[in-house]
Design a protein around this ligand. Structure first.
Ligand code: SF4
Ligand code: SF4
Length: 526
């Protein structure tokens, strides 16, 4: 029988023919866009001497039933305001109390978002006061030799952060209302420091996740991870075919990885995902990979974009074409609508594909905020969707160097010398990444720019310019064709100027780190 999603897909693709699902601004957007709202959000999210801000206390008071007369008088207006927003979002009080105010990572994300709107206003994309999510390449050590490894992992670096330094970094993340800490590598399970760091982040109220190659994920290890506070573990699997996976990973490990997935799935409190970097080698088996994930009882499938960085540069011919990526997006979109397994992707174009193909009540990918259905999710996607590098997310290298994304090898600062908040707020790289008006080619004027913005790591990997087009998108097909033909844009070519591609340097005007006028060679402040 044809699945509902494919009927839906066929009909909607024909009817919609690539038109975006636009709507009027949601009433919550209008409220948040007011000066007065922003003034109060700023006031309510300012930390007091006890380390807490008034908004956290209001959330606590909201959870209490019955509310004492004193608290009722003290927080009368804020509680009325929360109730108004809750009704406008069509959310039940119980849901807000248990799933939002009763779950620390969501409360922290809300406080961080409120502080960001109070400080910078409501902006598209939303600029964040401090990173909502951090991916930490915890160690350079790895027991595999994967061909596409962005980190070029192998041996431990001589200057990796010590446990004391790592715990100090966690303290900073907790103080900054970071909501998600994703520990990656190398292979994080190799590090003896992993579990104490996990525990501290979890106790601080963060959602802690681990990205692993799965080979060391025994039942005992899965239990230890849960006991220390890991809520989600994501395991890399490149193929349903053991030989293909092993050849990509450089070691005979497919069976061990599948065992690792089963061990993790057996831990009830652990959410498990499979991550696959989509290349020409495995794009034909995307459906099979998702089926295998479902068979194994995995809750989430994450399709990683290929990025030509680290060892990935050596297999650049494995990158898929814009048309193949569009097919990948359509498959992912279909599974998103079916909702039998959670679908995520590091391809920011998934946000665009959802708008193009979904009916207004459909499921939308909202980037770092996950997925959801209908107008609410679409509205969230408008502000937090697409590429989050240097805007709501950043990465930390094993030695404490901060970069905008694990795939962008440009330093923003060094945690051994500076506080994360100073690096985040002072970085010129971030200033560029937070303004999609700088983007070149179709990414610069795309109807879907707010929801996508293109992968800035792919732009940098291919052109050495963070503001360039993402050549993996069907709207930038011309760029892909030129790359394939070995052509490089000539900034003095009038056709190139006419297409608007060459203006990024002028738009950036005087940004330190803009090397030869096009290439951002370093993110270090002058
Ligand atoms: S650059 Fe942006 S879209 Fe690309 S992987 Fe990093 S965060 Fe994701
Ligand atoms: S042109 Fe750029 S912003 Fe638009 S959908 Fe494609 S990658 Fe995203």
């Amino acid at each position: 029988m044809e699945s509902l999603a494919s009927v839906h897909d066929r009909q909607y693709l024909q009817v919609n023919a690539g038109q975006a699902v636009w709507g009027h601004p949601h009433v919550i957007e209008r409220i948040l866009d007011r000066f007065l709202t922003q003034f109060f959000l700023k006031e309510l999210t300012e930390r007091k001497s006890d380390g807490h801000c008034p908004l956290e206390k209001i959330f606590e008071a909201y959870k209490k039933r019955p509310l004492s007369m004193g608290l009722r008088i003290k927080y009368f207006l804020p509680i009325l305001f929360i109730d108004l927003l809750r009704r406008l979002a069509c959310a039940q009080r119980n849901f807000i109390v248990q799933e939002v105010f009763g779950y620390p990572p969501r409360t922290r994300a809300l406080v961080n978002t409120a502080r960001s709107i109070g400080t910078y206003g409501l902006s598209r994309p939303q600029i964040f006061f401090s990173p909502l999510m951090v991916v930490w390449n915890f160690t350079q050590a790895c027991n595999l030799k994967c061909k596409h490894c962005y980190q070029n992992a192998g041996k431990t670096l001589p200057d990796e952060l010590t446990l004391r330094e790592q715990l100090e970094v966690v303290e900073q993340l907790v103080d900054l209302d970071g909501a998600i800490l994703a520990l990656s590598g190398g292979e994080p399970l190799i590090s003896p420091n992993l579990l104490p760091v996990v525990r501290k982040a979890h106790e601080g109220g963060m959602y802690v996740t681990i990205a692993t190659n799965g080979t060391l994920l025994t039942k005992e290890m899965a239990k230890k991870l849960v006991d220390h506070g890991v809520e989600y573990v994501e395991i890399s699997l490149d193929s349903v075919n053991p030989e293909k996976h092993n050849s990509f990973r450089g070691v005979d490990c497919w069976a061990r990885v599948v065992e690792g997935i089963k061990s993790a799935v057996a831990e009830e409190k652990l959410k498990v995902g499979i991550a696959t970097t989509i290349t020409r080698m495995n794009i034909g088996e995307l459906e099979d990979l998702i089926d295998l994930a479902k068979e194994l009882g995995v809750k989430c499938f994450n399709a990683f974009n290929f990025i030509p960085t680290g060892r990935g540069k050596e297999i650049i011919e494995q990158d898929i074409s814009p048309e193949e990526r569009e097919e990948m997006l359509q498959i992912l979109w279909r599974h998103l609508q079916e909702e039998k397994i959670e679908i995520m992707s590091t391809a920011p174009q998934l946000g665009r594909a959802c708008l193009m193909y979904s009916v207004p009540q459909g499921v939308f990918a909202t980037g770092h905020a996950g997925q959801g259905a209908g107008e609410g999710a679409r509205t969230i996607a408008k502000y937090v969707g697409g590429c989050g590098a240097g805007r709501c997310y950043c990465a930390i290298e094993p030695n404490g160097i901060v970069t905008p994304c694990v795939y962008i090898p440009l330093p923003m600062g060094d945690l051994r010398k500076e506080k994360l908040i100073d690096i985040w707020q002072g970085s010129e790289l971030c200033r560029v990444l937070r303004n999609r008006g700088y983007l070149a080619h179709h990414c610069g004027f795309c109807d879907y720019r707010d929801y996508c913005g293109g992968c800035r790591a792919r732009a940098y990997g291919y052109f050495g310019d963070l503001t360039e087009a993402d050549p993996g998108c069907i709207h930038n097909r011309e760029k892909w064709e030129r790359l394939k033909g070995g052509q490089h844009e000539d900034p003095f070519d009038p056709a190139w100027f006419r297409s608007g591609v060459g203006v990024s340097a002028h738009r950036l005007g005087g940004t330190p780190g803009v090397g030869d006028g096009r290439v951002i060679s370093s993110g270090k402040r002058a």
